[in-house]
Design a protein around this ligand. Structure first.
Ligand SMILES: Nc1ncnc2c1ncn2[C@@H]1O[C@H](COP(=O)(O)OP(=O)(O)OP(=O)(O)O)[C@@H](O)[C@H]1O
Ligand SMILES: [Mg+2]
Length: 266
């Protein structure tokens, strides 16, 4: 097993000349009532990394990434984005974080009273862009990237599950954020649709050096797109390493998960 503590842990207040981590979680703990969900998460990402987060259902993957954009506050620990101390910010001070980091929510979280194109345009309006022709151009560009342009006038209730998901992805990529958090982007997509999303994530990394965190249950996708993989298990990061290290790990819990063996929860 790769040692999670051996990851590049840069101090947020790094001295001049050292690269500052882009995203950092330090000893993040979170419980809901008596349920301890996160029990000391340490994770550091540099600009341009593509990290996949895997782990059994209900282990806290969604809870963990919601901390990065301040939607959930930790009970203890710190979260930094580009040097900003996220968990010290008040909700009204979150705009710079939400501009830098956008999120595709599990289940897409679309507005049912807005069309596909209005949903996708939403972050632009929220960030003060008013030029109609620029909005239209960027909406079309984002919809073409997920192959949804011809459905732009439909409402979410008349879309398939996969189309809703792709609308959510178009909304997450439209504002050219530096970092995108994808909560299960491939679920509900057929293999070709899933590959389109993987290719898009790779393209955004290569062209714009976008930092991506992808929560996924799709191991094929992990091996295609990840620079590093983290496995969350029982509130801790059980594995952190490259896809090659994941393939070669001797940790049987991680192996069983990767190979889809079902005794993991026993
Ligand atoms: N707001 C909340 N209040 C109480 N409990 C919560 C809340 N949000 C999450 N939980 C609990 O935290 C645990 C982790 O949830 P989370 O959604 O992060 O799991 P997950 O790893 O993303 O699972 P999945 O793969 O099924 O999406 C679950 O037991 C869930 O019930
Ligand atoms: Mg989840």
């Amino acid at each position: 097993m790769a040692d999670p503590t051996s990851s590049t842990l840069t101090s947020p207040a790094s001295p001049k000349g050292e690269t500052q981590a882009f995203i950092q979680l330090k000893d993040v703990c979170k419980r809901f009532g008596s349920q301890e969900v996160l029990r000391g998460i340490n994770l550091t990402l540099q600009h341009g990394e593509t990290l996949c987060i895997i782990g059994p259902s209900g282990e806290g993957k969604t809870v963990m990434i919601k901390h990065i954009i301040g939607l959930i506050k930790p009970d203890s620990g710190e979260i930094y984005v580009d040097g900003m101390h996220v968990n010290r910010l008040k909700e009204r001070e979150m705009a710079p974080i939400r501009k830098k980091v956008s999120m595709l929510f599990q289940g897409a979280a679309l507005f049912d009273n807005l069309t596909v194109e209005q949903n996708v345009a939403f972050p632009l309006l929220e960030h003060g862009i008013r030029d109609r022709s620029e909005i239209n151009r960027r909406v079309r560009e984002a919809l073409q990237a997920v192959d949804l342009d011809e459905h732009r006038h439909k409402y979410p209730t008349s879309l398939s599950g996969g189309m809703r998901k792709r609308t959510g992805i178009a909304r997450a990529i439209i504002d050219h954020s530096e970092c995108i958090l994808y909560d299960e982007p491939n679920s509900g997509l057929d293999p070709i649709g899933s590959d389109v999303i993987d290719q898009m994530i790779l393209r955004m990394q290569r062209r714009f050096n976008v930092t991506s965190i992808i929560v996924t249950h799709d191991m094929r996708s992990v091996f295609k797109i990840a620079n590093r993989v983290a496995m969350l298990y029982r509130g801790e990061i059980r594995f952190l390493g490259t896809p090659a290290e994941l393939r070669d790990t001797s940790d049987s819990v991680v192996q069983d998960f990767v190979n889809g063996r079902s005794d993991i929860t026993g």
